[in-house]
Design a protein around this ligand. Structure first.
Ligand code: ARG
Ligand code: GLU
Length: 697
């Protein structure tokens, strides 16, 4: 009895000490290691980050500046998400070789495809710098001298400028595409399932890093390059995951704002996000109707729609979570105790005053970007603006060439879009902008007529045939005439007065003079306050400010495999299986059209060694790791430092974690590494890659 009692007590204690949440600096892993070990981690600080010996950090890469990837062989083989590699997959796809639709597998290194412009960075080391600017610069200079030109350097601030570090990277620019599943698997569920659970995507792609013969990065593709030999690569575990087991995620999270005061959180929740959501929803409603009605329109708008949808859905989840957990009031309660301190009170009062007085600029910025900036006439005006710059001093040939270039760009724009849909979008978005920002409208756009009709009636830019005729009449046809100069002057006169040119130019001018400058000042001022505010927090409430906000520098986070309650009475299990992919299968629905080959593998249960002990292929799993955008593609690691998954998303109900992490509800979504191996092996037949990886049971 006593034994059981002790066991229960020590288990409960273990569970209690294991605090989750936080994006930790690798160099400070020592401060977390006890907590991690309490959660089940079996390795040491040195295994996570070390400058003396090979460790996990040597196998984590910053992929393309916006994602993360992990090295899984001693020949620089790299895993990341399908949505992170999509640009490269698309750029190698043609109608004959449609790798996006059909997938791609290099069966030998010679078949790997160079990716021009793609780079990955590997952190060599991070070093804390002095706060004093001169001392900081001196130290940076010394370190640069010591490490030399083979490295890339960047100074980053933390805690809004209370701490500085220098990051020293190796920057590889010869990275090649090795494999990808068909997008019906890589992006299974599409926008419908995005940010959602249960999830069934195989969101991964495979690349390889190449280096010169001395294992150093090169500035681009070189046929003499050889596979990069990493200091460390992840072993891959076939064990799968159990509920409550320890996991960690190592990667490059982009931005979080965990220490905002209550009034700033309230402004996001009640003003900023709702405004953006409303504008995006209005756009998306119009787009989706037109996309449903016309296949060509679907093709043209798929990625524009997905881009609009991704952030919109995240903000909706954030509002939901902030309300559900009453975060603003929680912050207010906590601030009350801080406000007893006179220094905090003065600072907060001033901060709030500046915030309240200037938030209108932040909102105008948001509206501008979400509405008028997105309208087609704005993009057309931007391209056509070159026509107003034709130079009378130039020869007719040069003038015609310049006019041609500008006209071609505009005509291409028209070809890429659906004009009827764009007119509806223009009308809707322009109205949202003028209703919401009447103080930020140039004089030239204040007509007594309905502006949209006015534009289509008067602008030569409102239709590509009309623009072509207009340029034809004044420029091309006149090229060899005596009165060319006179005609060009007239042309310039008309184009400069065109309402389409005013729509673009006067708006962008006003944006830079009245909105961007003010909102930039706002950012600088709030950062000053934030720096002081976070410094005071650290002094007065050290427990509430343990890790710095994400800033696209390498971090690790840890938690446990776990399901959650999305709503009252509903529990979400921590994993999904191939059964669920087949359940969702519907050839009529684009997002749920499962490829035949996968269905056949499911029917024949040809799972090899990749099935779980329950006999099923596990597809995705959930854990309480604190992640954000940028963590896409990050390695999900078990207690032994082995790879068990690839991070690719978060659950909708917990996207508030960028502002307020709560282990009850915040979950990262990973693709189970066994599903990845199953797809590479059984679907892709790329045994060469399976051989290359170090797979452990
Ligand atoms: N929500 C994920 C992330 O922010 C995945 C986005 C890509 N997938 C998609 N269906 N749009 O970036
Ligand atoms: N899909 C995100 C990315 O591209 C990760 C999801 C998140 O925001 O946590 O980085």
């Amino acid at each position: 009895m006593k034994k059981i009692f002790t066991l229960v007590v020590s288990l409960t204690l273990t569970l209690n000490v294991f605090a989750q949440g936080g994006m930790w600096l690798p160099a400070l892993v020592g401060s977390q290691i006890k907590n991690m070990q309490a959660g089940g981690f079996k390795l040491s600080s040195e295994d996570v980050y070390s400058v003396n010996k090979a460790c996990m950090k040597d196998a984590v890469v910053w992929f393309g500046g916006g994602c993360t990837g992990e090295i899984v062989s001693d020949k620089g083989l790299l895993l990341t998400n399908h949505h992170c590699g999509r640009g490269e997959i698309v750029s190698h796809s043609t109608l004959e070789h449609d790798y996006l639709t059909d997938g791609f597998w290099a069966k030998s290194m010679s078949e790997e495809l160079p990716c021009n412009g793609l780079n990955v960075k590997i952190l060599e080391q991070m070093t804390e710098l002095p706060l004093d600017e001169d001392a900081r610069n001196t130290k940076v200079k010394k370190l640069k001298e010591k490490f030399g030109g083979k490295y890339e350097y960047s100074v980053e601030k933390f805690y809004a400028g209370n701490v500085y570090y220098l990051f020293i990277y190796k920057n590889f620019n010869d990275v090649r595409l090795v494999g990808a599943p068909p997008s019906a698997i890589g992006n299974f569920g599409g926008d419908t399932d995005n940010w959602m659970w249960p999830r069934h995507g195989g969101d991964f792609s495979v690349f390889r890093i190449y280096a010169d013969k001395d294992n150093n990065p090169t500035s681009g593709y070189d046929e003499n390059n050889v596979p990069y030999k990493p200091k460390h690569h992840f072993k891959i575990s076939l064990k799968g995951v159990e509920k409550d087991e320890f996991t960690m995620v190592y990667g490059f999270p982009g931005t979080t704002e965990e220490y905002l005061p209550s009034f700033a959180v309230k402004a996001y929740k009640d003003k900023n996000y709702p405004a953006r959501i409303f504008a995006r929803q209005s756009r998306m409603d119009l787009m989706s109707k037109a996309m449903d009605a016309n296949r060509q329109t679907r093709l043209q708008y798929t990625s524009i729609y997905a881009g609009a949808e991704n952030a919109k859905k995240k903000w909706e989840g954030t509002i939901l979570g902030l309300n559900r957990f009453d975060v603003v009031n929680k912050k207010i309660e906590n601030e009350k105790t801080l406000l007893n301190n006179a220094e905090v009170k003065t600072l907060t009062d001033n901060y709030k005053k500046v915030f309240d007085e200037n938030y209108k600029y932040v909102m105008a910025d948001a509206y501008f970007f979400e509405t008028v900036y997105q309208t087609f006439p704005f993009k057309v005006g931007e391209k056509a603006f070159a026509l107003t710059k034709l130079d009378l001093e130039d020869s007719p040939e040069v003038i015609v060439t310049h006019a041609n270039e500008a006209v071609k760009k505009v005509v291409d724009l028209f070809a890429a879009r659906d004009s009827a849909l764009e007119r509806q979008l223009f009308s809707t978005l322009y109205k949202i902008y003028t209703d919401s920002c009447p103080d930020f409208l140039p004089e030239s756009l204040k007509t007594s007529e309905d502006f949209i009709n006015y534009y289509y009636k008067n602008s030569v830019l409102s239709d590509s045939a009309r623009l072509k005729n207009f340029v034809n009449k004044y420029v091309y046809l006149q090229k060899n005439q005596k009165n060319f100069e006179k005609n060009i002057s007239e042309f310039l006169e008309i184009i400069k007065q065109d309402i389409g040119i005013h729509y673009y130019y006067d708006l962008i001018k006003l944006y830079f003079s009245d909105i961007a400058a003010a909102s930039y000042n706002f950012d600088t001022e709030t950062e000053n306050f934030e720096q002081k505010y976070q410094a005071l927090l650290k002094k007065l409430q050290p427990a509430t400010i343990k890790f710095p906000d994400a800033n696209s520098t390498l971090r690790f986070t840890f938690g446990k495999v776990d399901g959650y309650y999305p709503r009252d009475g509903v529990y979400y299990n921590h994993y999904t299986t191939l059964d669920g992919v087949i359940e969702k299968d519907n050839p009529q629905i684009y997002d749920y059209n499962v490829p035949e080959k996968l269905k056949n593998l499911y029917k024949s249960k040809d799972y090899g060694r990749y099935a779980d002990t329950d006999g099923k292929i596990h597809v995705c799993f959930l854990a309480s790791n604190h992640t954000t955008g940028g963590n896409s593609g990050s390695p999900v690691i078990n207690a032994n430092g082995e790879l068990i998954g690839i991070n690719f998303d978060r659950c909708w109900e917990g996207t508030m974690s960028d502002i307020y992490y709560n282990p009850e509800i915040c979950r990262n979504i990973s693709v189970d590494i066994r599903y990845v191996l199953f797809l590479i092996d059984k679907l892709g037949g790329a045994e060469n890659l399976i051989q290359e990886m170090e797979i452990v049971k």
